[in-house]
Ligand binder design. Structure first.
Ligand code: ACO
Ligand code: OAA
Length: 378
C-alpha cells in the first residue's frame, strides 16, 4: 500500500452518508435536518430540536406535548444509577461518572437488548430525560450538597439548572443554557459520534455506543476542550475587579508566550472548519449576555485578548468550546462539569446517528498499512 493511501486521522475521508446534519466549511454553515442551527437556537426549545434530530421533522404541537410529558416523567435519578455513582470517588473526573451512569442505565433498561426502532427511540428519549439528573447529582455531591428532586413545571433547561443549583435560574440564564444545548447537539461525523457509529456497526446496543462516545468526548482535542478553556483562563488569572482592557492585555501576553513555547491552546482550531466555527457567533452572543447579566466585563477581556493574539499569530479561530467554557463558568458550574453538559446535549446527535447507522448498517472496519518488521521465523 502506498503512503498516499493512508489518511492519518481519516482526515478528508468520507465514511458514509448521513441525513442528520450538514457541516459546510465553505459557507460556514451547519444544518440540522436542513435547518440552519442559528435559526433553531434563536427560536426553538431543546426538546423540539431533539425531536427534529431523531425524527427528521420538527414536532407538531401534539407530538411535542407527548414528548414533553415523557421527558418530565423520566427526570428523577434512578436508585440503581445513584447507587453506582455513590461508589465512585469524589475526586474522579465527572466524565467517568457520566460514562458509568450511562453504562448502568443500559444494564437496567427494560429494553436493553431490543434494537427495534421503537425500543431505540425509547432508550434515546430516556437517556435524554435522565442524564441531567446525573450531572446535577454529581455536581451537588462534590459540593457536599443533597440531591434536588426535579420539577415538572419547568422545561428541560430550567429544570436542569434547578436540579444543579437548587434555585430557579433567571430567564436570561435559562435561555443561554438552552442555546448551548442546541448548539452542542449534533455535528456530523465528529470523533465521538463516529465512535458511536463504529460500536453500533457491530450490532452492539445503544447504551454501549453512547458509553463509548462519552469516552471519545472526554479528550481535550474534542469535548474536553470546554473545560480546558477555563483552565487557560484560570492560568492567566480571572480577576473580577479588573477592567476589560487590562484583562485583554494580560491574555494577549499569555497567548504570545504560549505560542512561542509551541503550545496547543484548547478551544481554537477545528478539523473541518478552517475559517471559523459556524456556531461560535451564536454562542459568543450568549456569553456576552451572561457577561452583562453577571456584570463580569473582564471575562470578555480575557476572551478577546486570547482570540486576537491567536488570530494575529496563527490565524486560527475559536471553536464552540471557547465561548461555551466561560459561559458555564459564569452560570456557576465547576469547570470539570462542563464536558458532562456537552454529553447531555450530544446524547441527541449520538442516538440519532446510532439509529441511522442501524437502519443501513455496514460493519465499520478500515484497513491498516503494516509498517512493522518483515516476516521472520523462530
Ligand atoms: C466541539 C469540538 O470538539 S471542537 C474541537 C475542540 N478541540 C480543541 O479545541 C483542541 C485544540 N485544537 C486542536 O487540537 C486542533 O485544532 C484540532 C484537533 C481540533 C483539529 O486539528 P487538525 O485538523 O488535526 O489539525 P492539526 O492539529 O494538525 O493542526 C494544524 C496546524 O494548526 C496548529 N493548531 C491547530 N489547532 C491549534 C491550537 N488550538 N493551538 C495552537 N496551534 C494549533 C497545529 O499546531 C498545526 O500546526 P503545524 O502545521 O505548524 O504543525
Ligand atoms: O466536528 C468535530 O470534529 C468536533 C465538533 O465540533 C463537534 O463535535 O461538535
Amino acid at each position: 500500500m502506498s503512503e498516499e493511501e493512508v489518511r492519518k486521522g481519516l482526515a478528508g475521508v468520507v465514511a458514509d452518508y448521513t441525513a442528520i446534519s450538514k457541516v459546510n466549511p465553505e459557507s460556514n454553515s451547519l444544518l440540522y435536518r436542513g435547518y440552519p442551527v442559528q435559526e433553531l437556537a434563536a427560536g426553538k426549545s431543546f426538546e423540539e430540536v431533539a425531536l427534529l434530530l431523531w425524527t427528521g421533522e420538527l414536532p407538531t404541537e401534539e407530538e411535542l406535548t407527548v414528548f414533553e410529558a415523557f421527558e418530565r416523567a423520566n427526570r428523577a435519578l434512578d436508585s440503581q444509577v445513584r447507587a453506582a455513582i455513590d461508589l465512585l470517588p469524589l475526586d474522579c473526573h465527572p466524565m467517568d461518572v457520566g460514562r458509568t451512569a450511562v453504562s448502568v442505565m443500559g444494564a437496567v433498561h427494560a429494553l436493553a437488548e431490543d434494537s427495534s426502532p421503537e425500543a431505540e427511540m425509547d432508550k434515546a428519549q430516556s437517556l435524554f430525560a435522565h442524564f441531567p439528573a446525573v450531572v446535577a447529582y454529581d455536581q451537588r455531591r462534590r459540593r457536599g450538597l443533597p440531591l434536588v428532586e426535579p420539577r415538572t413545571d419547568l422545561d428541560y433547561s430550567a429544570n436542569f439548572l434547578w436540579m444543579v443549583f437548587g434555585e430557579e435560574a433567571a430567564p436570561a440564564v435559562v435561555d443561554a443554557f438552552r442555546v448551548s444545548m442546541v448548539l452542542y447537539a449534533e455535528h456530523s461525523f465528529n470523533a465521538s459520534t463516529f465512535t458511536a457509529r463504529v460500536i453500533t456497526s457491530t450490532l452492539s446496543d445503544l447504551h454501549s455506543a453512547v458509553t463509548g462516545a462519552i469516552g471519545a468526548l472526554k479528550g481535550p482535542l474534542h469535548g474536553g476542550a470546554n473545560e480546558a478553556v477555563m483552565h487557560t483562563f484560570d492560568e492567566i488569572g480571572v480577576r473580577a475587579e479588573e477592567s476589560r482592557e487590562e484583562a485583554a492585555a494580560r491574555a494577549k501576553a499569555w497567548m504570545e508566550d504560549a505560542l512561542a513555547a509551541k503550545k496547543k491552546v484548547m478551544g481554537f482550531g477545528h478539523r473541518v472548519y478552517k475559517n471559523g466555527d459556524s456556531r461560535v457567533p451564536t454562542m459568543k452572543a450568549a456569553l456576552e449576555r451572561m457577561i452583562d447579566h453577571y456584570d463580569r466585563p473582564e471575562m470578555m477581556g480575557l476572551y478577546d485578548g486570547l482570540e486576537q493574539a491567536m488570530a494575529e499569530a496563527k490565524a486560527i479561530k475559536p471553536n464552540l468550546d471557547y465561548p461555551a467554557g466561560p459561559t458555564y463558568h459564569l452560570m456557576g458550574f465547576d469547570t470539570d462539569m462542563f464536558t458532562p453538559l456537552f454529553i447531555a446535549s450530544r446524547i441527541t446527535g449520538w442516538t440519532a446517528h446510532i439509529m441511522e447507522q442501524r437502519a443501513a448498517n455496514a460493519l465499520i472496519r478500515p484497513l491498516s498499512a503494516y509498517n512493522g518488521v518483515a516476516e521472520r521465523h523462530l
